[in-house]
Design a protein around this ligand. Structure first.
Ligand code: NAP
Length: 485
């Protein structure tokens, strides 16, 4: 089939979907449909609008390689600015007309050489290639706290924040202390808001200062892309990423000990009150849960307007929250920074591959994909930021760009053959999973804590090798691992 006839469906107009649409358009493809269930692009940056939302990856590294942005206001920028960047890229690269908004995909069925696709409102389409850019941190997780529905004030999940709801003068309970809860508490606490922060397990923190770019900096970035690249490819930044991923995959390495030391010293020097310090000391190793990057949280936690509760929540009542020591904390707002259902990936879309094989069956034990990209029996079905894709404290844009490089080569292989599709072989998949699971259990994520990095069987779902191994794997597919269909 020639390029002009091939039909592509990209599911999701977030960071990865936008990337793939641009790349396919630039490659000359004419039939590209981006299905987006919401009425705006942006994925995670559209959904998350909680106070204090900031990307803890340097902005110039959290940018498409082909679309540098001299206007970033700071080293680390807020969610609104990132959303604006994506909106601009979508227009600059002319892909908005390809996006079908308010179109939630309900089902996908492989039929001989193509996918039959149906949206929730009954629209039918076909595609030879499906690109699943549905994100991982997408389905909000609500805590199973008794009485939650009885709260008389306003309850908001961090990913469903009502930005028009006035917070001034309100006493706010924040449940959860992952990256999100810490950002909310830091922001609102700094603003002088009364906060009660309910933490189930303390978190390790890495000090990570932010700073604004001056007008002179931005003028320099506008004039020369090299000035931007100096930040994006900064040796210190990349050396930190390499040391970090070496540390988390080799848990007794000097790199891991360096991370642990930095977190311990930060806690010990930043928190002066021994009672609070003890409350905030985790009983698991640093980076077992996603490491929190924050420069200001410890300072805010010591302010008189911020109370930290670590004894757990007994129940929610109309007036507020009763903790496990029986103390009632009266509240006006309950912010649920309780994370996401990270076991979903492409679901709830119903996906049936070769011979009607259901993705629910393929993923009955755990979500998995060869090289995080391809699942046997699901040809021309490519996952971005899917199961076993790297997650951590680095740029997911960089990850997606490398994944695109890999997928583009799979697509080229199909185009240059008589086949209609390509899919990971069962043998390659089994071998990959055996190696991946063994390696994953030995990473810091498997060292004894709960986190969204663990699948339902307790195995870390992230890329278990270091970042260089991922970069190398994405340079060129091992085509022997694939079957042509
Ligand atoms: P998260 O890391 O999954 O944290 C959820 C928090 O809610 C944890 O503290 C958890 O406690 C708590 N929790 C969950 N259920 C609870 C319950 N029933 N009762 C009490 N506490 C409960 O979620 P997140 O903070 O939204 O972050 C998710 C991911 O989003 C991050 O790891 C990161 O990858 C991404 N993110 C990135 C940035 C960035 O700057 N790049 C910012 C925000 C988020 P336990 O730890 O005890 O389970």
């Amino acid at each position: 089939m020639n390029t002009a006839e091939k039909r592509f469906a990209i599911i999701g107009a977030g960071m990865s979907g936008i990337l793939c649409a641009i790349k396919l358009k630039e490659a000359g493809h004419k039939h590209i449909a981006v299905y987006e269930k919401a009425d705006r692009i942006g994925g995670t940056w559209r959904d998350n609008r909680y106070p204090g939302l900031t990307c803890d990856v340097p902005a110039h590294a959290y940018t498409y390689e082909f679309a540098p942005n001299p206007e970033w206001s700071a080293y680390l920028v807020g969610g609104d600015e990132i959303q604006t960047y994506f909106e601009k890229v979508v227009d600059d690269y002319g892909i908005r007309p390809l996006i079908r908004f308010n179109s939630e995909i309900a089902s996908m069925i492989w039929n001989n050489d193509h996918w039959e696709i149906e949206t929730a409102d009954g629209h039918k389409d076909t595609a030879h290639v499906a690109i699943m850019a549905t994100g991982v941190l997408h389905h909000p997780k609500f805590p199973d706290i008794p009485g939650l529905e009885n709260f008389a004030g306003r309850t908001m999940h961090s990913a469903q924040w009502d930005v028009d709801f006035p917070l001034a003068g309100k006493r706010i309970g924040v449940v959860g202390n992952g990256s999100t809860g810490v950002q909310i508490v830091t922001h609102l606490g700094k603003a002088g808001q009364d906060i009660v922060h309910f933490q189930r397990s303390p978190q390790w923190m890495m000090p990570y200062p932010n700073f604004a770019y001056t007008e002179e900096d931005k003028a320099r970035f506008r004039k020369s892309v090299e000035a931007i690249d100096a930040i994006r490819y900064d040796e210190t930044y990349w050396s930190n990423i390499r040391r970090f991923t070496t540390g988390i995959t080799d848990i007794n390495s000097p790199q891991m000990l360096e991370i642990e030391d930095a977190c311990r010293v930060f806690l010990e020097t930043a928190i002066t009150d021994p009672v609070l310090r003890s409350k905030l000391t985790p009983n698991y190793r640093a980076a077992c849960k996603r490491l929190i990057y924050s420069y200001d949280y410890y300072g805010v936690a010591q302010q008189p307007n911020v109370e930290t509760i670590v004894c757990g929540i007994r129940e929610v009542v109309p007036e507020g929250v009763i903790d496990n020591e029986g103390v009632l904390h009266k509240l006006d707002v309950l912010a649920l920074a309780t994370g996401f259902r990270t076991d979903r990936f492409v679901r709830p879309i119903s996906v049936k591959g070769v011979g009607g094989r259901d993705i629910e069956e393929a993923w009955a034990e755990r979500c998995c994909a060869y090289m995080a990209i391809s699942i046997p029996d699901f040809p021309n079905f490519f996952l971005f930021n899917g199961p076993s894709s790297p997650v951590g404290n680095f740029s997911l844009i960089d990850v997606a760009e490398r994944q695109w490089n890999y997928v583009a080569q799979l697509l080229d292989r199909v185009s240059s053959s008589n086949a209609s599709g390509i899919v990971a072989s069962q043998a390659a998949f089994n071998d990959y999973e055996d190696r991946r699971i063994a390696a994953a259990k030995a990473t810091i994520f498997g060292s004894g804590c709960t986190s969204w990095y663990l699948d339902q069987t307790g195995v870390p779902i992230t890329w278990p090798w270091d970042y260089d191994a991922f970069a190398k794997a994405m340079e060129k597919p091992e085509f022997d691992a694939y079957d042509m269909v």
